[in-house]
Design a protein around this ligand. Structure first.
Ligand code: LIP
Length: 292
């Protein structure tokens, strides 16, 4: 039995909420995989491009598969947890009557999805009374399923093997593999590039992999040592933040009512460099918001 939330019904435990998120992510991932296969053949993504529109800029795509994935996820959440709230990238916005909220990115890494770069994910985070408690992230291209519940650790399921995740151990930022990302407007990208000129010479290397949720999972799995990015929305970071935190990472994310348009920074890293990395980013001007 879960803790009593500020609402009348008994709130499910983080593990119970995690398991619902995992199941829905698996099913939504199958929808994303099959719909992409229907729209793309071996030689051309024209079918996918023909069903794609744009949002904040001409290079911020949304495909019919993003929309179909979110519609499916919302339907599944409403069937399973009808009183819960939902916030989704493609418009889902439902108040909670239970204190439980689902924060959904139906395809995180949409540009990778469009180009066929194997790093795009269904990301489902869960909050209770505004605090993130569970998350599931499925890399649809590789089948790697990451998941975590508050106090219960972080895991990856892949090809029949379950691995408990733990961040790397590192105490020197000059040896840190750092992931980051860039926005969809020229003005924000120019500011982000200027910050990068200060960061790049002071760390091992940079990776820009194109999906925030997976960047958090790569940190949890020890594939990178730190990640920062400005302008993420709650659906980009909600699930990944729980997975990285439960794998031992230091995690700083905006509130769940923040708008990515304000350009707040997300910063997460292995514990051993968290203070030094924060200072490095501060000196690079990265602690200030980078608006659109
Ligand atoms: C993406 C993020 C990525 C960021 C992209 C975009 P989307 O989310 O996952 O980290 O660099 O600009 O915001 O739009 O693919 O859901």
């Amino acid at each position: 039995m879960g803790p009593m939330s500020t609402h009348s019904e008994v709130t499910p435990t983080p593990t119970q909420l995690r398991d619902v998120a995992v199941e829905i992510a698996r099913e939504a991932g199958e929808l994303v995989r099959t719909r992409r296969a229907e729209l793309v053949d071996d030689t051309s993504v024209a079918g996918l491009q023909a069903t794609t529109t744009t949002k904040s800029s001409a290079v911020d795509p949304v495909t019919v598969v993003d929309q179909a994935s979110e519609a499916f996820i919302v339907d599944q959440i409403n069937r399973t947890r009808p009183g819960d709230g939902i916030i989704g990238e493609e418009g889902a916005n439902k108040e909670s009557t239970t204190g439980v909220e689902w924060i959904v990115d139906p395809i995180d890494g949409t540009v990778n999805f469009l180009y066929g770069i194997p790093g795009y994910a269904v990301s489902i985070g869960v909050a209770v009374d505004g605090g993130l408690v569970a998350g599931a992230v499925l890399n649809v291209a590789t089948g790697e399923l990451y998941y975590a519940a508050e106090g219960e650790g972080a895991f990856r399921d892949h090809e029949g093997t379950t691995t408990r995740l733990q961040t790397n151990t590192l105490n020197d930022t000059t040896e840190a593999m750092v992931a980051t990302g860039f926005g969809y407007t020229s003005s924000r990208r120019k500011a982000q590039a200027q910050i990068l000129t200060h960061v790049l010479p002071q760390v091992r290397d940079i990776r820009r992999m194109g999906a925030a949720a997976l960047d958090f999972c790569h940190l949890a799995a020890g594939r990178i040592d730190a990640y920062y990015e400005h302008g993420l929305h709650p659906w980009d970071f909600a699930a990944g933040a729980v997975i990285a935190r439960e794998a031992g990472a230091h995690v700083q994310v905006p509130g769940l009512r923040a708008s990515g348009d304000d350009g707040e920074v997300v910063i997460t890293s292995v514990q051993g460099i968290s203070a030094a990395f924060d200072t490095l980013l501060d000196e690079a001007g990265a602690k200030k918001n980078v608006p659109m």
